[in-house]
Design a binder for this molecule. Structure first.
Ligand code: GAP
Length: 443
């Protein structure tokens, strides 16, 4: 399938099945903002849960935090965002459209889409810097003293709480602080569905280490983050690590790699892993006069920890998992669309289908639904031919289908149908909860 067509079909499926809707759609839509529907919100929660499990719950060296979106404006001066979080922008003097000057070769003239901006009759202005932070005012007075920013990354909330966490938790380097939450960037160009938007969610972890161990931990986290995606079903041929060249690195960064995914629109950054050195803690310490050094009581050393940061966008991760899962195949001569999500990411874990409504089969199916709902997202469906019910759940990415038939009444077993292989097996009703739990283990 051509890449453009594949993307269009995925976007259509996301709308049809309630994964992602355009924001404010009945008002004509708000460009670059997206709403997650009933299945999308489950997928997103599962992606965030999988990250939190692997980064916080299963480790003893990382703790979590949840900071406010609005922070003291001086935070963003110190971090360098007020002065430097800019993209170069150009305008078309003819149609007034705006473009990012540094990626012009990937953009199209809105009036003549076969041409690049500036290749039509319209002349482009000279590039000028555009700050990507959204500004608002705190309190009733709308002047410069009340300006606050919507955070453009979650990382700074972690840095400014470094001392709070050290003082209140029994952590010592090497240790990490993880956070998930909304970030906002007034991107000049938004693109490719939920890939780049102006309001999005991030999952970031700052790992504080002794200065001499920065590169060791950088390599560790680069490999660990790559593995997280493959554990959750991304095929290695669609995933690669790209080490930044020295001229690409931010001035404070000692090393940086992107985990890139092969989206239908090309290889693009999914996650960044950076060795940020002691830049952030040092700057915040200088700006506030607060001592953010760590004192190691064993070695009697005092140092500002270096920081390794894996930073991932939730929406971008959801898009990668959707792209990876989106498959069309043929079973018994019939074409089907299937989302082959890893079971732990699937919005619904099992469909529950009484073969017929009568003879007590629906009652038995409902009692199975009640039992499984205590632990899992399941979906009960008694309408239509069984094949059609399977097909509907295939399109939602539901990995298992439980069919209750006449034999179920006799021997207390059901048919378990596997989404990807369509294989069927009989399982005792009494074992369903444990069986499903086993399938969701691992990632
Ligand atoms: N604290 C470092 C940081 O924020 P970044 O590379 O600017 O680094 C990290 O962002 C991740 O956040 C990206 O790899 C991407 O997954 C996601 N991201 C960044 N801008 C985004 C946008 N406009 N829309 C969706 N996701 C975005």
């Amino acid at each position: 399938m051509a890449t453009q067509e594949r993307m269009e079909q995925l976007v259509a499926l996301c709308k049809r099945r309630g994964f992602v809707f355009q924001s404010s759609e009945i008002y004509g839509g708000l460009k670059s903002c997206w709403d997650y529907g009933p299945l999308g919100v489950e997928l997103k929660r599962n992606v965030k849960e999988a990250w939190w499990r692997s980064m916080v719950r299963r480790r003893s060296d990382i703790v979590g935090i949840d900071c406010s979106i609005l922070m003291h404006p001086k935070v963003w001066e110190t971090s360098g965002h007020v002065a430097g979080f800019n993209d170069p922008m150009v305008d078309c003097k003819l149609c007034k459209a705006r473009f990012r000057a540094d990626t012009i070769e990937n953009q199209n003239c809105p009036k003549k889409p076969s041409l690049r901006p500036g290749q039509c009759e319209g002349e482009l202005t000279a590039p000028r810097q555009f700050n990507l932070m959204f500004k608002t005012h705190m309190g009733p007075i709308d002047d410069a003293s009340a300006v606050v920013y919507l955070r453009p990354e979650t990382a700074q909330g972690i840095f400014v709480n470094f001392k709070n966490v050290v003082d209140t938790s029994r952590v010592k380097p090497p240790f990490g602080i993880a956070q998930q939450g909304k970030s906002f960037r007034n991107e000049i160009v938004t693109e490719n569905f939920i890939f780049r938007s102006r309001e999005f969610e991030q999952m970031e972890m700052e790992f504080f280490v002794p200065p001499t161990d920065g590169m060791k931990w950088y390599e560790y986290w680069r490999d660990e983050r790559y593995r997280w995606f493959t554990d959750l079903g991304i095929q290695p041929e669609n995933l690669r690590l790209r080490e930044h060249a020295s001229d690409e690195l931010a001035h404070y960064s000692a090393a940086c790699s992107d985990v890139e995914y092969q989206f239908p629109f090309g290889w693009k950054e999914l996650e960044g892993i950076a060795n940020r050195t002691d830049f952030d803690l040092k700057r915040h310490s200088e700006a506030t006069g607060k001592d953010l050094a760590w004192f190691d009581a064993t070695t009697r050393e005092r140092y500002i920890p270096h920081v390794v940061e894996p930073a991932l966008g939730v929406d971008r991760a959801c898009l990668a998992f959707l792209c990876e899962a989106f498959t069309e195949d043929e079973i018994e001569g019939e074409k089907r669309t299937v989302l082959r999500f890893h079971p732990s990411l699937a919005p619904i874990k099992a469909g529950i289908f009484p073969l017929v409504k009568k003879d007590g089969l629906a009652d038995l199916a409902e009692s199975i639904e009640t039992e499984l709902k205590r632990e899992f997202a399941v979906f009960y469906d008694e309408s239509g031919a069984i094949g059609r019910r399977y097909r509907r759940q295939d399109e939602c990415g539901t990995p298992f289908g439980i069919t209750i038939d006449y034999q179920s009444k006799d021997d207390g077993t059901v048919t378990m149908r596997h989404r990807d292989s369509c294989r069927q097996e009989r399982l005792p009703i009494a074992q369903l909860r444990n069986w499903l739990r086993d399938q969701l283990l691992g990632a």
